[in-house]
Design a binder for this molecule. Structure first.
Ligand code: SF4
Length: 90
């Protein structure tokens, strides 16, 4: 999971930066994110901070899920490997 801060909502209270300085710091007007990708332990802490954030400026994004889409289904059988060449005279 990833976290970001909506600068248009952040009121600069400093709560997130004081609580998790390894992830957040204060810029001149609002908090900024040092590292967006969270460990599973940090997810719980940041979820709590997001609840306590007075302006709802902490937002979460799911990590990109790798696409499971691939070419046509294959059971390992390739018909071209098994073409019978009967009757061919070279
Ligand atoms: S807790 Fe919310 S309002 Fe306070 S600095 Fe962090 S993002 Fe901004």
């Amino acid at each position: 999971m990833k976290v970001k801060i909506d600068p248009s909502r952040c009121v600069g209270c400093g709560l997130c930066a004081e609580t998790l300085p390894q992830l957040f710091f204060m810029g001149p007007f609002h908090a900024k994110v040092r590292r967006r990708t969270l460990t599973s332990q940090e997810e719980l802490l940041v979820a709590q901070i997001a609840e306590d954030c007075p302006s709802g400026a902490l937002l979460f994004e799911e990590d990109e899920v790798p696409s499971l889409t691939r070419g046509p289904a294959s059971d390992g059988y390739d018909e071209s490997d098994h073409d019978e060449k009967k009757g061919e005279i070279h």
